[in-house]
Design a protein around this ligand. Structure first.
Ligand code: NAD
Length: 316
């Protein structure tokens, strides 16, 4: 195994995929990166463009545009491919359309002999992660969705900004659906080991509504960005790179991902955003935060909305 190197296969080189590839290259996380897209020209152009940045990269990455047979030796397949919501199209239309696209993609990947980890970012991410798990037949630990990793990052950024503290010293989570029913876990929100409820006591002009606004801005961030520039991609791309590092470097990092629940948080047979320990084998374990009654109720509502949306697609 002397020649064994890490290979990431990226399916979908649109805004999110190409930003991920760029960030991955800049952080020198993998030795090999293969780009695959229905639009071959786009994938080929991206491979050329990224290769020209190699002299400035921190380490060597072999980058090429390829096809599904390249997934055979991949440690990680990252999926950012899919259709976006069109005007007049319902969320359910999008779910059905992307589930069909995913069936085709996952079948091709599995036919290559792939036996690694899947990381999914396409929306609706919780449902499509479930789809990948179903279609691939891989163990639940090896199918991961980006879940609320970005929402949690937005939450930490805004809290850090509000309290004027480095965002990396903020420990707080957004859990639930990556979407309108997600929720902040205020009961487990800390700055440098101090509960937010304590920290706010030192802030002269503190008002509860400021915290409420922070969460609203987190939840609606995608709408605000899409209104201005049509899509969001840098934040999620960096979140996917963070996850890639946790996986390939066997970090046992706690990140909020879409993980399969089998009794945790009182829920079963669902992929949804929760903190989890992530390493080279995928999801080692789901971290069960102690929630308040109100948080439990909101989480369970979020799961029920996801289940209802999934019903027609998976005949559950
Ligand atoms: P995009 O339209 O720019 O890119 C999609 C790419 O998928 C295109 O290059 C297209 O050619 C490719 N594609 C479509 N069907 C394919 C197939 N069958 N096989 C291979 N490639 C195929 O879209 P984007 O802005 O990059 O967004 C991608 C997805 O990421 C969307 O679903 C978006 O909602 C989602 N997203 C998720 C998060 C998150 O937090 N999880 C954040 C932002 C965006």
């Amino acid at each position: 195994m002397l020649n064994r190197v890490n290979r990431v296969a990226l399916i979908g080189t649109g805004f999110v995929g190409s930003s991920y590839a760029f960030a991955l290259l800049n952080q020198g996380i993998t030795e090999e990166l293969v780009l695959i897209d229905l639009n071959k020209e786009k994938a080929e152009g991206d491979a050329m463009d990224l290769n020209h940045g190699l002299p400035f990269a921190p380490s060597r990455t072999k980058i090429w545009y390829g096809d599904y047979s390249d997934c055979k030796d991949a440690d990680l397949v990252v999926i950012t491919a899919g259709a976006n919501q069109k005007p007049g199209e319902t969320r359910l239309d999008l779910v059905e359309k992307n589930a069909r696209i995913f069936k085709g993609i996952v079948d091709e990947i599995m036919a290559s002999g792939f036996d690694g980890i899947f990381l999914v970012a396409t929306n609706p991410v919780d449902i499509l992660t479930y789809a990948v798990w179903k279609y691939s037949g891989l163990p639940k630990e090896r199918v991961i969705g980006s879940g609320t990793i970005l929402d949690t990052a937005r939450f930490r950024f805004l809290l850090g900004q509000y309290f004027d503290v480095d965002t990396r010293n903020v420990h707080a989570y957004i859990i639930g659906e990556h979407g309108d029913t997600e929720l902040p876990v205020w009961s487990n929100a800390y700055i440098a080991g101090t509960a937010i409820s304590e920290w706010t006591k030192n802030k002269q002009d503190f008002k509860q509504e400021n915290l409420d606004n922070i969460f609203t801005n987190v939840r609606d961030a995608a709408y605000h960005i899409i209104e201005r520039k049509g899509a969001t991609y840098y934040g999620i791309a960096m979140g996917l790179v963070r996850l890639t590092r946790a996986i390939l470097r066997d970090e046992n990092s706690v990140l909020t991902v879409s993980a399969y629940l089998n009794g945790e948080y009182g829920e079963k047979d669902i992929y949804v955003g929760v903190p989890a320990v992530v390493n080279r084998n995928g999801i080692r374990e789901v971290v069960e935060l102690e929630l308040t009654e109100d948080e439990i109720q909101k989480f369970s509502h979020s799961v029920s909305v996801l289940k209802k949306t999934m019903e027609p697609v998976f005949n559950r």
